[in-house]
Design a protein around this ligand. Sequence first.
Ligand code: KG4
Ligand code: ZN
Length: 339
Amino acid sequence: MRITILGIESSCDETAAAVCRDGWILSNIIAAQEIHSHYGGVVPELASRAHIQNILPVVDQALITAGVEISELDAISFTQAPGLIGSLLVGAQFAKSLAYSLNLPLISVHHMQAHVLANLMGGKENKGDIPLFPFLCLTVSGGHTQIVVCESPSQMQVIGETTDDAAGEAFDKSAKLLGLPYPGGPLIDRYAADGNPARFKFPEPQIAGLNFSFSGLKTAILYFIQNEKAKTPDFVEKNLADICASIQGRIVSILLNKLKKAAAQTGIKQVCLAGGVSANQGLRKDFVEMGQSLGWKTFIPKMEYCTDNAAMIAMTGYFKFMDQAFSPLSTTVSARASW
Ligand code: KG4
Ligand code: ZN
C-alpha cells in the first residue's frame, strides 16, 4: 500500500507544504516572508497574516508539483510545537479543516523532532546512506540548540541544550551589532568566507556538562565593537570579513566542543547536524573534519532540508503514520513544548 502524507509547516516566518510518499519527498514548497527584514526580526502578527495569505497557494503548489490528487492523500501532518502561537495556529487550523473535510487522520509533529529526522530524508536519494540508530544530532536553529540522542524516529532524548540564546540567535544578534540586516546568520557566513578566523579572539564560555551558553559571547562582541569603533569609527566596515570569520569560528567551536564531549560520553559515532544553522559553511566544514579525525560517520541534511521546510514535517508524519500515532481534531498548538 502506498502511503501519501501532506505536511504543513508554519511555526515561524516560512509558510511551507510538502508531499511525502513512502518515505520519498515528492514536493517541497516554501513561501518566505520578506516583510520581516524591514523590522530587524520576525513580527509575529505580520507572520500570522502572511501565513493566512500564503497557505492555500503553497499547499496547492505542493500537490501540483508532487503530481498528487487531494483524494490520494492518506493523512495530513502539521507542526504543532514549538513556534509563534499565531503562526502555528494558521497551519494547525488549515490541517485540521482539511483532515476533517477529507475524513483523514491528523498527525501533529514536533518541529525539533522533524529537524532531526531530516537526516533520514536522503535515504533513497543517497542510496541508503543515512544514519543508523542510535545516532547523535546537534540541532541548531533560530530558537533551539540541542544535542539529541536519537534511538528511533519516535524516541529522542535531549542531553544538552542552551541555557540562554540559541546558536541562530547568536549569529543573528552578532550580525545586528555589525549593522547587518535580519536574518544575519547567512550574511555572517558569506562574509566569513573571505576572513581570517584567528584575527580576533572571542571568549569560550565555561558551562558545565553538555549545555551551551551564548549570551556572554554576545556581550563580549558588543564591548569589542564599541571599543574599536571609539578608536576607529569605520572599524567594522574595514574589518568585516575578519570579524565575521572570528565570530563564526567561536560559535562553531562552542558547538563542536560540546558535540565532541557528547560523543565521547555516549560512545555514539553516527553523528548528524540539523536545523537552520547547519546551513553554515564553517560549521559544516569543521564538523566533517572533526568527524574524520574522531572516526565518526557524519551526516548533514541537504541544504533545503536544513532551514525550515515542510518536507521534514511530511517525513515525520510518515513515520508517525506507520506507528498509527494520530492526533484528535481537538489537538492544540503550543509555543513551547518539550519532547
Ligand atoms: O531552523 P530555522 O530555519 O528556523 C528555526 O526553527 O528557528 O533556523 C533559522 C536560523 C536563523 O537564526 C538563521 O540566521 C540561521 O538559522 N541560519 C544560519 C545560516 N542559515 C540560516 N546561521 C548561520 N549561517 C547560515 N548559513
Ligand atoms: Zn526550525
